[in-house]
Design a protein around this ligand. Structure first.
Ligand SMILES: Nc1ncnc2c1ncn2[C@@H]1O[C@H](COP(=O)(O)OP(=O)(O)OP(=O)(O)O)[C@@H](O)[C@H]1O
Ligand SMILES: [Mg+2]
Length: 260
């Protein structure tokens, strides 16, 4: 970070849109080329983010390079404000960099418009957030069905029920999010993230709002789903237990990658 403003709200940047799930599943792992080598599902090349505010230019993320291989679990760690969530948003195509490019599942994100990025995310990318982000008006089952319905999958109801059973919540299928505990909501969110068998799953502090014991159960579940469904994981976390489960970690400080 070169400068820091008192009020981040004063900066003009595009908010990352919520993860969209619509349209056809797009790129497949088999289409990887360009920036990425064989087996690479995610590659960032000189990716940076700067914004302009009243005090001049603010460097949120200095140009950085990284890759994730298929099936790999990567933890992004570092102090608060070091740019972890910003990086995750750029890697997942929820936000656009001011320099460099990201190749996600063989697609260069800079060559895609917003709809095309949404289609790429819809079929092949899962998301889990600290605050669960389930749709409040829908039941647990309907939340899990959503990604399947939006890509026109056959038997969304059956697949979603099976997925809810895998996270141990088949008996809560009809409950709305507010009728579920935090840990249960995160398990529904995991079911929703994994139900379409994504090639890669992004999570921002998935245990951040959970107590220690519930967090541990969510970590175990996430890694067991990764095992059974084969997704790469890219996780931002302050939770050492979660980082320790990953194959590799990147350490960020002040908008830069300092180790990993
Ligand atoms: N839209 C924005 N405009 C201006 N500054 C921003 C914007 N988004 C993030 N920042 C700043 O960039 C820095 C990195 O933010 P980011 O949310 O990526 O940090 P983080 O590592 O995820 O922190 P935490 O661990 O607290 O979640 C912070 O100083 C933040 O205030
Ligand atoms: Mg963050």
């Amino acid at each position: 970070m070169t400068t820091r403003a008192d009020s981040p709200d004063a900066f003009e940047v595009t908010d990352g849109e919520p993860p969209s799930v619509q349209g056809d599943a797009a790129a497949a792992v088999g289409q990887i080329g360009g920036l990425a080598g064989d087996g690479v599902v995610l590659a960032a090349s000189d990716v940076g983010k700067r914004v302009h505010g009243p005090e001049g230019e603010l460097v949120i993320l200095s140009e950085l390079n990284m890759q994730v291989n298929g099936g790999e679990a990567l933890a992004i760690v570092g102090p608060s404000g070091s740019g972890k969530s910003t990086l995750l948003g750029l890697l997942a195509g929820l936000d656009t960099p001011t320099s460099g490019d990201v190749e996600l599942l063989g697609q260069s994100l800079s060559t895609l418009d917003e709809d095309e990025r949404a289609r790429l995310r819809a079929g092949d990318v899962g998301f889990v957030f600290q605050n669960f982000q389930l749709l409040p008006g829908l039941s647990a089952l309907e939340n899990v069905m959503l990604p399947l319905e939006l890509v026109g999958a056959a038997d969304a109801d059956g697949q979603a029920r099976q997925m809810l059973a895998e996270v141990g919540l088949d008996h809560r299928a009809g409950h709305q999010p507010l009728q579920l505990s935090g840990g249960e909501q995160q398990r529904v969110a995991l079911a929703r993230a994994f139900v379409s068998r994504p090639a890669i799953l992004f999570a921002d502090e998935p245990t951040g709002n959970l107590d220690g014991e519930t967090g541990k159960r969510v970590i175990d579940l996430m890694f067991s789903l990764r095992e059974s469904r084969g997704a790469a994981l890219v996780l931002v976390t302050h939770d050492e237990r979660l980082a320790a489960r990953c194959d590799r970690r990147l350490l960020m400080s002040d908008g830069r990658l300092v180790a990993g």
